[in-house]
Design a protein around this ligand. Structure first.
Ligand SMILES: Cc1cc2nc3c(=O)[nH]c(=O)nc-3n(C[C@H](O)[C@H](O)[C@H](O)COP(=O)(O)OP(=O)(O)OC[C@H]3O[C@@H](n4cnc5c(N)ncnc54)[C@H](O)[C@@H]3O)c2cc1C
Length: 441
């Protein structure tokens, strides 16, 4: 139970939270109800991005403002919370003092590190330079413009198809890669359909576009049951997605990828969903990091050897019941944020902290219209098809931060589902348009 502290204006504690994602935001909200704390939440953006729906922005199902929420709006009604848009570049963990790229310093009684993840390229040559990761709103908008730039280029000059304009390679067949591949398959089939429609590219034949999903493992969605994996693979293939399993991407160039079996594929759009590591801040903290450059934490989410320092969500290695680190999931981040707030209040009250217990509500992945897989609860009750699709829509709409976003997302999903028409197929990042088609080294 969270301790109820009597208000004492002379002993208000200052809590610094780095990162306003699922973890930091939930921590701030829970703490804010307490009058004996004041909170400074620092984030390099002034919004929270809802990563599970990034692929829907990339494939023009949802507009960007449906999945990004102003942090001050999300924390309104809490006068003891101050939001600063600032990038934290270094931290003195002993003094609880942090510096921002903009030159400010902040000092607090407690420090909460919740800076999330970034793409892990595992040293693949060319991947950092030439791929499109999908981990931020900026990434999703950039990718959407690149996909549209490829379609527009091929429509204008079909000879570019031989140079890979319509070859799209997705690296990683986990939930991010699989959801992206399925939604993209739906998008490409609609954009290149044979039947002339208002929205289709009229000079492009449906069979010219190729989506390849590449993974070193032997199944898509490795965390799911074999039955769900078989279903997901079938649904992807129905959407024209070619599976290249048991194969790794060896190298990425300006206009090609090379696979581990030696195949060279001309392409100008390689989407990286191949893995995560902690945000770069973790390497500026002066402490030894664990798996994925994440901060190892104790059962109560504190960082060992330090006083009043917590690490949460994707930024931390939080151990589950089996002693292995929990996966990087929104639900882990959200629950760890709430548990951290509770433990800070216990610290302030001079009471012992409580260990974090993850309540596993299950996992789900959307493959496309009417196709999804879900494994509900700790006992993994399996759902597939339309019922899992409906569950997916309900769960994700419920998780969206504002009521307006929930309603708008449902309207957009309904247009997409019943009308077959998508939202924002707007090429708004002109830097994705100029492509040197002859510069493939
Ligand atoms: C494409 C994709 C799909 C996903 N789908 C699902 C799903 O279906 N279900 C699910 O449960 N999970 C899903 N996840 C995982 C889930 O989104 C993450 O586990 C969750 O967002 C982690 O929350 P977090 O608060 O730890 O980090 P984030 O949500 O990443 O928040 C970190 C915050 O820190 C800020 N930040 C970083 N560095 C700094 C700095 N130096 N200074 C200031 N601010 C900084 C960032 O701007 C960001 O706002 C998905 C993730 C991705 C990328």
């Amino acid at each position: 139970m969270t301790p109820a502290l009597a208000h004492n204006p002379n002993s208000v504690k200052h809590i610094l939270i780095v990162g306003g994602g699922f973890a930091g935001l939930n921590c701030a909200r829970k703490l804010a109800a307490n009058p004996n704390v004041r909170i400074t939440l620092l984030d390099k953006n002034n919004y929270q991005q809802f990563q599970p729906l990034l692929y829907q922005v990339a494939t023009a199902i949802l507009p960007p403002d449906n999945i990004a929420f102003n942090l001050r709006g999300a924390l309104k009604g809490h006068p003891n919370v101050d939001v600063k848009m600032a990038e934290v570049v270094s931290i003195d963990l002993d003094k609880h003092m942090l510096q921002t790229a903009e030159g400010q310093e902040y000092q607090g009684d407690f420090l909460v590190l919740a800076a999330g993840s970034k793409a892990n390229f595992f040293g693949t040559p060319g991947a950092d330079e030439h791929t499109y990761p999908l981990y931020s709103l900026h990434d999703a908008e950039r990718l959407r413009s690149r996909i549209l730039a490829m379609l527009e280029s091929a429509e204008r000059d079909p000879s570019l198809i031989a140079k890979g304009a319509l070859n799209f390679v997705i690296v990683g067949a986990g939930p991010t890669g699989t959801e992206m591949a399925g939604a993209f398959g739906d998008m490409l089939q609609a954009s290149l359909r044979r039947k002339i429609s208002d929205r289709a590219y009229k000079d492009l034949r449906a069979d010219r576009g190729q989506i390849l999903l590449v993974d070193g493992g032997h199944a898509v969605l490795s965390a799911f049951s074999p039955k769900a994996q078989t279903y997901a693979a079938k649904m992807l293939e129905e959407r024209g997605v070619q599976l290249r399993l048991g194969t790794r991407v060896k190298e990425v160039g300006n206009g090609h990828v090379v696979l581990s079996d030696g195949t060279r594929i001309p392409t100008h759009t390689v989407i990286w969903a191949g893995g995560l590591k902690a945000a770069p801040l973790s390497s500026n903290l002066g402490i030894k990091t664990g798996q994925g450059s994440r901060i190892d934490v104790q059962a109560d989410l504190t960082v060992p050897g330090l006083t009043g320092v917590y690490a949460l969500g994707d930024f931390a290695n939080i151990l589950g019941k089996d002693g292995n680190p929990l996966p990087q999931l929104g639900s882990v981040a959200e629950q760890s944020g709430k548990c951290c707030a509770k433990n800070i209040l216990l610290d302030i009250a001079g009471m012992p902290r409580a260990p974090f217990h993850y309540l596993d509500k299950g996992i789900m992945a959307m493959i496309g219209r009417n196709s999804a897989v879900a494994e509900v609860g700790e006992h993994r009750h399996e759902l597939q098809g339309a019922i899992a699709f409906a569950a997916w829509l309900g769960v994700h709409a419920a998780l969206l931060t504002s009521t307006r976003a929930k309603i708008e997302a449902f309207v957009d999903w309904a247009w997409d589902y019943f009308g077959g028409s998508r939202g924002d197929a707007v090429l708004d990042r002109s830097e994705e348009l100029p492509i040197d088609w002859n510069d493939d080294k």
